[in-house]
Design a protein around this ligand. Sequence first.
Ligand SMILES: Cc1cc2nc3c(=O)[nH]c(=O)nc-3n(C[C@H](O)[C@H](O)[C@H](O)COP(=O)(O)OP(=O)(O)OC[C@H]3O[C@@H](n4cnc5c(N)ncnc54)[C@H](O)[C@@H]3O)c2cc1C
Length: 575
Amino acid sequence: MLEHDVVIVGGGLAGCRAAVEIARTEPGLNIAVVAKTHPIRSHSVAAQGGIAATLKNVDDADSWEAHAFDTVKGSDYLADQDAVALLTQEAPNVVIDLEHMGVLFSRLDDGRIAQRAFGGHSHRRTCYAADKTGHAILHELVNNLRRYGVTIYDEWYVMRLILEEGAAKGIVMYRIEDGEIRVVRAKAVMFGTGGYGRVFNTTSNDFASTGDGLAMAAMAGLPLEDMEFVQFHPTGLYPVGVLISEAVRGEGAYLKNAAGDRFMATYAPSRMELAPRDITSRAIATEIRQGRGIHPDGSAGGPFVHLDLRHMGKEKIMSRVPFAWEEAHRLVGVDAVHQPMPVRPTAHYSMGGIPVNTRGQVRSSADGLVEGFYAAGECACVSVHGANRLGSNSLLECVVYGKLTGSAIASDVPKRKFPEVDEGRYLREAKQQIQELLDRSGENRINSVRQALQDAMTEYCGVFRTEELMRQGIEKLGELQQQAQNVYLDDKNQLWNTEIVEALELQSLIVVAQTILTSALNRQESRGAHFREDFPQRDDENFLKHTLAYYSPAGIDLATMPVVINMFEPKERKY
Ligand SMILES: Cc1cc2nc3c(=O)[nH]c(=O)nc-3n(C[C@H](O)[C@H](O)[C@H](O)COP(=O)(O)OP(=O)(O)OC[C@H]3O[C@@H](n4cnc5c(N)ncnc54)[C@H](O)[C@@H]3O)c2cc1C
């Protein structure tokens, strides 16, 4: 059996930042990072627009309190305000620390870190590296893993969390290269496994964002928090869904409908294109539904709206948002210097996740904790984003809570012993699970079941939701779950068998999809990204609380957890 003092699943920003913190604080600890991709290929690398922090380099009037208020208002008052205070107070420190590690931020003329405007932020506070911010940060963090001697298991798929008697004891992992299975025991397990964008058919996320960490926690009997809150980013490039960063609007681009009107004037007159994402996505979806979308031939009534950069001029486009220009040019043949880009909302981010406290310790219930289990980043819900995340707050969350979680692990682990783990049992069960997949004689293709699931979630649990739609969705998912039991693998080999990985990921997608739908059906109000046409108002009296969903193959049980409100009383949310 392999053993490490700490095993971190996920090589994105959250996992890497935690590893660096542990290595800096307790250099004697033996740390491993496991990732099903190479760490540098984690979705974090694709982050574009930036990371928020009140450095006040371009705006003296900014403060952490203003950042905290914007975040809480953006969250439609569902964020836990103690967690938001930590996030926003720590922000300048973690950004300066990244700079000291060597991250190449874009600069002002005087050499200080440049900052730009972002949706829902009342001041210009988003630090960036052109529109390749995630790339710049992740590369430095991964370099640091090497510097601190962290063991990296890349292209190992983690299949199971070992959780016994309320304590995490390790993981079971599968080497994609040759099918080898290993059990790892550890004094602390941390998940930084990212999001689940692939639950939907149009997403900005990479192929690996299948919610495995969430599903593994759920299958181990732990709750998932606020899963109904799925962020749809307003500007996915039509038809591919790839993200056109909010930085493009931050730098001044306009949204226009078929009539050429800047329609945001109807929905958020004070913020226009820089309204928060939930509001902007609903505005675009409404324009399209009401026939003011655009067709590829330019006529009205089509499936997208325009993101128009032309007035910004070539020099600004090429210096501030070169990657957005390149994407539109490469993927849909649009030259944004001379033509508007076709865009529509795309599934982007998971506000919910594995519930954790501000030390990154995973909760077993509203008032219990799991021993030795931690989570941070997009897979976790410390609830700084509540019902809607502001742009550039997610990289920040990964870095701040990656650091705080790493620091908690470094202080907890030296007091712990290695747990007893029955290696034989876990190996046997994992081998059986893989063999059972290979032996299936079913008739369904993984690809078609996955596509049907993604179509169903987009149709029944997308930007606009109703009870009737979601009930149909739950029924459909039940059928798909049956079909998934009956998938057929063409490749019966153990060498680089990506079908095995896809079959395991399909299980994750189903668990996550069912949890999202069940939580969404139960929340009979509209808040942030969760919009119910049958309950269009926010209902603080009945629903100003977090959802906890406990999955089991027999069904999902729901409970609630109070929201921490200690700075800003809930108000009507207007922009
Ligand atoms: C296109 C795009 C642009 C974005 N731009 C911004 C931005 O400008 N600013 C901002 O604040 N946020 C942005 N976001 C959001 C932000 O990038 C993510 O929320 C954040 O990077 C997530 O980091 P993470 O460390 O939690 O997970 P990820 O970076 O997604 O990493 C997950 C890791 O877990 C591993 N993993 C998952 N499952 C398994 C398994 N079963 N076994 C082994 N390993 C596993 C993966 O291999 C990977 O290493 C953007 C997101 C996208 C998709």
